[in-house]
Design a protein around this ligand. Structure first.
Ligand code: NAD
Ligand code: UDP
Length: 346
């Protein structure tokens, strides 16, 4: 019997908040658990405003097993036991993970084992996990297929690879456990309403929010990390996908977890297309009508030249493919940034 109640960890974050809307639209009832370490309550207020439905929220940490026990028990007693966990909660800054690896292993790996133990106690059998293309490391061959060797180059990436292994071993213990690890490429953009988007704290680590902050006048110019790569114009190439496409991928993954033949699957979510830094800058200038000042800098240590997905497995297993263009990602990202120059604080 389907009751469609989900636990969404990290649901107040960038990808989680967009996914809540997609899940609600598909008829699911998400319960959000977030410790607000990298988000604010305003996010969920806006998700409720857009969806028109109240969202159950628990402020807390995935490393708190007692809290998880209470949450799962309460939902079961309400007659709406959690059917699947969508697990976004994690720390995600690569540089910070190099400086403070234990915080990353504790939060991302330890947090996940605590969550899985509580799921076992509550007999919750399905989990969808936010993995990352960063698990592949230096490409041996592009596009990356899911069979590409796993060789992360920093502690953050290792937490994702380790959690995948944990999930594989956990799911293999039987009792109909199912785990789906989604290896995201580079999610960018914002909800088409301009009401939800990415609001990094401090200086953005990632390219797209840096570009939008230059456009809105919060930063002077974009530093382009390397123009001597073996790529179309010398700048780094990535597979950018619209965060709303990524959100839709989670709805498919939750459905798939309910009927998957394999206990564990790792699935790329990307468009299969590469875009260079300068191509993205040009597309953003077109969409926004703003000029983005750029300065060429040396390569960022640890960066690879190019990365893009083979998205065929996502289509085969989930029936999912990315639909939205780079132009749409830029237009939606600009609508969000221009309407909310200070993110959720503005
Ligand atoms: P985000 O930081 O916006 O969202 C993560 C949310 O989890 C935040 O709201 C944070 O407060 C919460 N959180 C963190 N640790 C927690 C804990 N111990 N207990 C409870 N809540 C906790 O990040 P995002 O960009 O939305 O990413 C979501 C997931 O996707 C992460 O697992 C991230 O590693 C992964 N991912 C992100 C990208 C990307 O480019 N954004 C790419 C690949 C994978
Ligand atoms: N990049 C850049 N300037 C920035 C941030 C990123 O030139 O301020 C480049 C980076 O070298 C890479 C691409 O933009 O080629 C995407 O970087 P991001 O950090 O967004 O994603 P990741 O490298 O993790 O795929």
């Amino acid at each position: 019997m389907m009751n469609r109640t989900l636990l969404v960890t990290g649901g107040a974050g960038y990808i989680g908040s967009h996914t809540l809307l997609a899940l609600i639209a598909a008829g699911y009832r998400p319960v959000v658990l977030d410790n607000y370490s990298n988000s604010v309550p305003e996010v969920l207020r806006r998700v409720q405003q857009l969806s028109g439905v109240p969202i159950e929220f628990v402020e807390g940490d995935i490393r708190d097993g007692k809290l998880l026990d209470g949450l799962f028990q309460r939902k079961a007693q309400d007659g709406s036991p959690v059917e699947c966990v969508v697990h976004f909660a994690a720390l995600k800054a690569v540089g910070e993970s190099v400086a403070n690896p234990l915080a990353y292993y504790d939060n991302n790996v330890g947090g996940t084992t605590t969550l899985l133990s509580a799921m076992d106690r509550a007999q919750v059998r399905h989990l969808v996990f936010s993995s990352s293309a960063t698990v592949y490391g230096e490409p041996i061959e592009l596009p990356y297929s899911e069979q590409h060797r796993i060789a992360p180059t920093n502690p953050y990436g290792w937490t994702k690879a380790m959690v995948e292994q944990v999930l594989k071993d956990w799911a293999a213990t039987g009792e109909a456990r199912r785990a789906v690890a989604l290896r995201y490429f580079n999610p960018i953009g914002a909800h088409a309403s301009g009401v939800l988007g990415e609001a990094p704290q401090g200086t953005p680590n990632n390219l797209f929010p840096f570009i939008t902050q230059v456009a809105v006048g919060k930063r002077e110019k974009l530093m382009v990390f390397g123009d001597d790569y073996d790529t179309v114009d010398g700048t780094g190439v990535r597979d950018y996908l619209h965060v709303e496409d990524l959100a839709d991928g989670h709805v498919r993954a939750v459905q798939y977890a309910g009927q998957a033949a394999e206990p564990f699957s790792a699935i790329n979510l990307g468009t299969g297309r590469g875009t260079s830094v300068l191509q993205l800058v040009r597309a953003f200038e077109q969409a926004s009508g703003k000029t983005i000042a750029c300065t060429m800098q040396p390569r960022r240590p640890g960066d690879i030249a190019s990365a893009w997905a083979d998205p065929a497995l996502a289509y085969r297993l989930l029936g999912w493919k990315a639909e939205r263009s780079i132009e749409q990602m830029c237009a939606d990202g600009w609508r969000w940034q221009s309407q909310n120059p200070d993110g959720y604080g503005g």
